[in-house]
Design a protein around this ligand. Sequence first.
Ligand SMILES: C[S@@+](CC[C@H](N)C(=O)[O-])C[C@H]1O[C@@H](n2cnc3c(N)ncnc32)[C@H](O)[C@@H]1O
Length: 290
Amino acid sequence: MGEIILGDNLYVLRTLPDGAFQLIYVDPPFNTGKAQSRTRIKVTPDPDGDRTGFQGRRYRTDVVGTSEYADIFDDYIGFLRPRMEEAYRVLDDHGSLFFHVDYREVHYCKVMLDEIFGRESFINEIIWAYDYGGRPKTRWPAKHDNILWYAKDPNNYTYNYDAIDRIPYMAPGLVGPEKAARGKTPTDVWWHTIVTGKEKTGYSTQKPLAITNRIVRVHSNPGDRLLDFFAGSGTLGEAAHREEREFTLIDNNPEAVRVMCHRLAHYGIVVRGVDVTDRADEPETEPRLL
Ligand SMILES: C[S@@+](CC[C@H](N)C(=O)[O-])C[C@H]1O[C@@H](n2cnc3c(N)ncnc32)[C@H](O)[C@@H]1O
């Protein structure tokens, strides 16, 4: 069973009990300095259309919607810190946090998380490497994201080694045929393409299910409760459901909640909102879940 909550995650997090989640994955806005937006289009056969497709057939393009949120922060760490302090509080004593960001802010985020969790709780920095999009000619194209893993108790956390999916050897000829057929476990560099095909929800910044799936399988157990409080299109919810975990997804963008409801409706979800009406100037006021 899962729940989706519309609201500012700081207010919502304050309503959640201590130690309630065995795994937290978050993918906050990256502070790119731009509005993150994606336009969804529908293409219909039309001899007078504006596109040419396979075998010269003509198609008409119609815009069916746009999803957008601002990704500009004057004080990015000031925005994140109270939210990550709440994340620490609501994380189970043996739980893990996966924090997804990119090269622009990862070093500041690591210092902040070391302060909140303790340096000894930092276990890995996973590099998600992809290969898509433009290639500037003035520097090495940046084609990776950074995922920081913190365990609340660095001596006692979930790491289901046997649940790790296997990948092909780069030089299978150097290992025996048996090993080559079995494949190897990945390192802390995870190669995976960006979201493609049927997986696309149309939400800008949607992350691949395979990445969150691997995190969910290896770092939690069936029946655990998982949290993503920058949930976007609900990728963590999808992975959690597939692996028989419970989930709580929070986002303050109504469009994100619409996309999540559409994506996860058949999984049995409860949708709630947080009452923060007229409370923008009173951050200490007790929030109320509706
Ligand atoms: C990078 S996207 C997450 C994408 C997601 N991992 C996915 O696969 O679709 C970040 C999300 O954080 C949300 N967000 C930003 N500030 C927030 C806040 N204060 N409270 C709740 N959500 C917030 C944005 O609306 C956006 O959907």
